[in-house]
Design a binder for this molecule. Structure first.
Ligand code: IFM
Length: 812
């Protein structure tokens, strides 16, 4: 692989690496994403050509291990990629259909161009008689018009004349088969497939999802291009070749016979439009798709407008970090923007944990937005707002879930998808043991605090009081209410307790040998609950009187509820042992794991839970965490705020306690989630520790090196990708965007001592921040808005529009 500033090039074809490359070379626009699969290869072990539209889910029932279970999946849509070809020499029988898997492949290379949002593949084939066919193919998923995608394929011959036969079209015979662990689950989500054609050069396919009833339509136009200019659909009349149309109930294809001379180049352009009945402003998706391709410009025109759209995105989300780290960060930013772009702001869609790049976790929405929105807030606040809208529209569902659990307020689901009900599976497969096991991860009620935290962060960074006082307040208050209902007074302890939960460390889901799942007094859950309750109280106080009354009436907030919130916010229990914060009550009683022994025996022990279960043991018996749990608190809260939340609860967490706590869990965490290294990098950077870089490196390489062993091929890790961007943007700069000032507190990491970020802050669209080892440069573009106030090292500065200031980190 060669990596340049804006390109990632994979030399040669490696079938075993192909699915990983498909995920890393996926193209999308925030409305839909298509994996970077070869267009000429059939789906199989090496190839999985998935296409996924944001928020397009369907529910199916399966029977596994004798139980009926329901799952809602992000649906793999009809495959628009197919474009196969073969040589038909004039003097010999037709050759075989070619693909990278065919022995005639002589050369192969593909380049992902981040700046322009294209994937270009080059293949050279040579048959036994020395006839060569070079194929260059460029694809895009349009960032300007989110319904369009296109492929330009150029064929150049050497040593023969005859025809290149090309078959291109849309394949509706697809299912969700991208994750081996889900093999036993029902996977056919589409029904009612129907195909047709329009004009000479357009075929279409429509279908609908079985249970959610979403109508999906794709139309594909195939044209030949002469000298790089596509024919206008008039086929042979305009110098092009008229395609032959072949339709079956699930496939709509064109076949073209392209005459070639030795050394000549022929070009085929395929343009596709995708619409669904979930789109805003939609009538008939099929009509929209057919009209969409009919109106679409030719490939050069599409490419030009696509480039412009990407140029604007890159301007809004600039992050310049030198060297290899910078190149990886750019790839992360590329995939974040392909999953969540300004087009997403028009949709009812959440933050899918694995991007729209594969089927892992079924495209569900977890708490990962906690690592994504803080980055988006400072570039695309309207996208953050829309993503919070996804949560707001599911507030009634979260309130129903709370009420069914006998609680007040809103209990957001651990896994969310279409309508906001709990989508967490009840059983999961341990691929190591082959056993289906009960899944209690739905007890991760801390997801509600993540929603509340994001509401607060977004509103603070964007100054969007309209949202804060309306939807934001309603969510925040209902989440606070849930925590108040979850907390029980313990007379002996003289404190409130929240029992029966699971913390971010998903390994521990119960006490060893206990009949019921769940843990008591999870420190992360309790501290964030106390924070939510306090924020809710502050917000109640700050709401304009008329709005306060309206909201209290709307959610029927009783007069004494706020008193109880206040009491709980000050008296929730946080357990300690040996001078450190305990992950949950009883953590200290668990056995110590022989970490070295397990590492020696298994090498990679990231999924220690699976290893132990396969051994007939359980990770619940050990002081062993999958990912940051207590330490998550040091990710959410800068040191002063962390100390303040603990003070509010009547505990002292000074530097010594925190340092001891960090050390304690560092030695007891297996990092079985990509989020873990990221959080540790933040926590250690904030504590000014040199080992921060090691975790930062692991977080950076998580997907490009597929650190979690085969998981990236099933979808990128969006939280970790966005989290690394935010690590530079806020973690390294110590940036906090307050309403009246930007606070800065840069963290010195020698390996990342020089970088530049551009932010949207208030009405300034392009505040330019450059960090050097000892200095910070802030430039505010010319405008008639107020100066930007900056707080650094305990002092305040102003930077007027149109000016630049260098500030010395030593305080001068
Ligand atoms: O939300 C995460 C969780 O924290 C760890 N397991 C994977 C989930 C989805 O990314």
């Amino acid at each position: 692989m060669t990596v340049a500033a804006w390109t990632w090039t994979y030399e040669g074809y490696e079938p075993e690496a192909e699915r990983l490359r498909e995920a890393l070379c996926a193209l999308g626009n925030g409305y839909f994403v298509t994996r970077g699969a070869a267009t000429e290869a059939l789906p199989g072990p090496a190839h999985y050509p998935g296409t996924y539209a944001a928020g397009c889910y369907n529910r199916l029932t399966s029977t596994v291990a004798g139980r009926r279970i329901e799952n809602e999946d992000l649906v793999n849509l009809p495959n628009w990629l197919p474009l196969r070809y073969r040589m038909r020499p004039a003097d010999a029988p037709p050759g075989p259909w070619l693909s990278p898997d065919h022995p005639q492949l002589a050369e192969h290379r593909q380049t992902l161009d981040l700046r322009h949002g294209t994937l270009t593949r080059w293949s050279v084939y040579e048959d036994a008689a020395g006839r060569r066919l070079s194929v260059e193919q460029c694809r895009l998923v349009h960032m300007g018009d989110p319904h369009l995608a296109a492929l330009r394929t150029s064929f150049t011959t050497a040593g023969w004349a005859g025809e290149v036969e090309v078959v291109a079209g849309i394949d509706g015979d697809v299912r969700n088969a991208g994750v081996a662990r889900y093999r036993e689950l029902a996977s056919r989500h589409l029904t009612g497939c129907d195909t047709g054609s329009e004009d000479d050069d357009t075929v279409w396919l429509r279908c609908r999802t079985i249970e959610s009833g979403i109508h999906i339509a794709m139309a594909g136009r195939t044209r030949t291009a002469v000298g790089g200019t596509a024919s206008d659909g008039g086929g042979a009349a305009s110098g092009g070749v008229t395609p032959r149309t072949e339709l079956t109930s699930q496939r709509a294809f064109h076949t073209l016979m392209l005459p070639v001379e030795p050394g000549s180049t022929v070009v085929v352009d395929k343009t596709v439009a995708l619409y669904t009945s979930r789109d805003p402003a939609i009538g008939n998706p099929l009509r929209a798709a057919v009209d969409g391709v009919r109106r679409a410009p030719d490939f050069p025109g599409l490419l030009a407008s696509h480039h412009r759209a990407w140029k604007h995105l890159w301007q809004q989300a600039k992050l310049d970090v030198p060297g290899d780290s910078g190149r990886i960060l750019r790839l992360h930013l590329f995939h974040v923007l392909q999953t969540l772009s300004p087009h997403t702001a028009e949709l009812d869609a959440g933050v899918p944990a694995r991007g729209l790049h594969g089927e892992a976790y079924r495209g569900h929405v977890f708490w990962d937005e906690l690592f994504v929105l803080p980055f988006l807030n400072l570039h695309f606040p309207e996208v953050s707002r829309a993503l919070l809208g996804y949560r707001y529209r599911r507030l009634p569902s979260a309130c129903r879930a709370a009420s069914e659990a006998g609680r007040a307020g809103a209990m957001y689901p651990w896994q969310s998808a279409g309508d906001g009900r709990e989508e967490t599976q009840e059983f999961h497969l341990n691929p190591r043991s082959g056993r289906w096991l009960p899944d209690h991860s739905r007890l991760q009620h801390h997801v509600g605090s993540a929603v509340a935290y994001n509401v607060w962060q977004y509103c603070r960074a964007s100054g969007d009081t309209a949202f804060l006082h309306t939807k934001g307040a309603e969510m925040l208050l209902q989440i606070a209410r849930f925590w108040a209902a979850a907390a029980d007074w313990d007379e002996d302890l003289g404190r409130y307790r929240i029992r029966g939960v699971v913390g971010p460390d998903e390994y521990h889901d119960g006490y060893p040998g206990a009949a019921e799942p769940g843990l008591d007094d999870n420190a992360y859950t309790n501290v964030t609950a106390a924070w939510v309750l306090m924020r809710a109280l502050v917000l109640c106080r700050d709401l304009p009187e008329a709005r306060r009354q309206q909201l209290f009436e709307r959610i029927q907030l009783a007069p004494d509820e706020r008193e109880r919130w206040d009491d709980i916010a000050h008296r929730l229990h946080v357990p300690y042992h040996q001078g450190v914060i305990s992950q949950f009550a009883g953590y200290a009683d668990l056995a110590e794991l022989d970490w070295d022994g397990y590492r020696r025996q298994y090498g990679d022990i990231r999924r220690l839970d699976r290893i132990l279960e396969a051994e007939g043991d359980t990770v619940n018996r050990y002081q062993a965490s999958k990912q940051a749990d207590v330490l998550m608190l040091g990710y959410l809260f800068p040191p002063a705020e962390l100390a303040a939340v603990f003070r509010q609860l009547g505990y002292a967490v000074d530097d010594d306690v925190w340092r001891a706590t960090v050390d304690y869990y560092l030695h007891r965490t297996s990092h079985g989630s990509t989020l873990s290294a990221l959080v540790h990098a933040w926590v250690l950077a904030r504590a000014r520790r040199a080992d921060a870089w090691m975790y930062c490196e692991e977080a950076l390489t998580g997907d490009v090196a597929d650190v979690q062993g085969g998981t990236t091929a099933e979808g990128i890790h969006l939280g970790a990708m966005a989290g690394t961007l935010d690590f530079v943007q806020r973690g390294m700069t110590g940036l906090e965007a307050h309403e009246h000032a930007l606070w800065l507190d840069p963290v010195p990491i020698p390996q990342l001592s020089k970088f530049r970020v551009r932010l949207r802050y208030g009405r300034h669209w392009d505040v330019d921040l450059r960090i050097r080892a000892r200095r910070v440069r802030i430039a505010v573009p010319e405008s008639d808005t107020a100066a930007v106030r900056v707080r650094l090292g305990g002092r305040s500065y102003t930077v007027a529009p149109g000016t630049t200031r260098w500030l010395d980190l030593s305080g001068s």
